[in-house]
Design a protein around this ligand. Sequence first.
Ligand code: HEC
Ligand code: HEC
Ligand code: HEC
Ligand code: HEC
Length: 322
Amino acid sequence: MKLERIILACVSLAGFANTTLAADAGKDLYTKTCAVCHAAGIAGAPRYGNAAEWQPRIATGVARLYSNAIQGTSKGMPPKGGNAEASDGDIKAAVDYMLASVKGGAAKPAPAVAAAPAKPAAAAATAAPAAAPTAAVDPSSNTSGVPAADINSFNRLLRPIGKRNPPPVEDGIHDPANDGTLALMAPLAAYGPLPKSLAGNRVNWVKAIEENKINPRWDRNDQAATPVVIDLNIVREVKGSMPDVVYPHKQHTEWLDCSNCHPAIFVPQKGANAISMAAILLGEKCGVCHGKVAFPVSECRLCHSKKKDFRPAQAQAAAAPK
Ligand code: HEC
Ligand code: HEC
Ligand code: HEC
Ligand code: HEC
């Protein structure tokens, strides 16, 4: 039944003109990827429907807007909006979609962000005060159409209690219309036996590997392949009172290939990369993964784990009489 419907959908879609498809793709991608920043103007992103903010940019030529959207800019526009899977054509369509919103200078209401259509705005507005206090700050429950001016609104691992590990049909990631989604094990059941953590999807994945609770397959095709694990810590000194950051290669190379990070995200040379919290929050550097597929940015101490000279100084003071 479902399959027939999918085939029918394909046939009827094919009947549309290419332009319709492109416009739809543009709107879809905008809603899924770009709205997070471009609806509310996060980090200075020109807002959807705001002609004044787009005008000076349009004046520099649409070709430049396309290439900046694809390659990113040093002022905070991530390459392809952080969605590396999107094709150049889709990105252009999303730019066109935003530009169409300011044609003639009339402001149009921004469409909702991806997670929003699940609930009607009115229902959410009335439900919010009754819900747990933490629910009010859940970026994904924002249904106003304009994401809260919270740079972490894309950080799907920063979810309050009650919004953790929803079943695949409700998580906004899987296609609820696909039969395969129903066959997936619900995360809550799957994660039950694994070591707990207080953040992200509430599993301590590092411990899960250490304790042999999981044994991720390294190679899709070769069952015997094993990862190249290197035990190399890189300490990054942090100015101010925050403890220094210890970047551990071991915990990463148990999951990841060297090429997942080198050289695209980090040049393999201690201190050669400019890393800042701002970049991480924008989904760059460590933020390519942390907050998306690894523990979120809220867990300061997991990264900032090396206390400043504090303990050695005490130890020295104790050892050497004054
Ligand atoms: C993480 C936030 C973020 C996301 C996600 C994002 N943008 Fe941007 N975008 C920005 C910021 C910040 C700027 C302003 C940067 C600048 O002036 O160089 C910007 C600027 C732009 C510009 C204007 C560039 C210029 O040269 O004036 C275009 C076009 C654009 N974004 C397209 C997109 C598209 C298309 C998507 C989705 C596929 C997207 N953006 C997703 C933050 C974002
Ligand atoms: C999750 C990302 C990530 C992965 C995967 C990764 N690295 Fe790194 N690597 C880093 C970071 C971050 C640094 C530090 C860069 C800096 O300080 O600017 C680094 C630094 C290095 C350095 C420089 C050390 C020094 O003292 O100058 C080498 C060599 C290196 N990595 C090799 C590897 C090898 C080999 C692998 C695969 C077995 C690997 N890396 C996997 C993130 C990664
Ligand atoms: C390519 C993806 C990726 C990048 C980039 C990345 N990480 Fe990770 N990181 C992971 C994964 C996956 C894990 C293991 C799962 C988890 O703990 O959520 C992990 C685990 C860690 C841990 C281990 C925590 C523990 O419980 O022992 C630390 C510390 C850490 N990352 C710090 C960093 C820092 C600092 C950076 C940037 C310099 C960085 N990571 C960049 C994917 C990444
Ligand atoms: C995924 C790892 C990670 C997490 C989680 C993390 N940080 Fe950072 N933080 C870094 C890295 C890497 C740097 C850059 C250090 C350097 O200068 O080389 C940094 C730098 C900083 C700095 C120095 C100024 C700056 O912006 O670069 C401050 C302050 C800071 N972090 C605070 C925090 C706070 C507060 C939290 C928790 C809300 C946090 N960090 C969570 C990795 C992390």
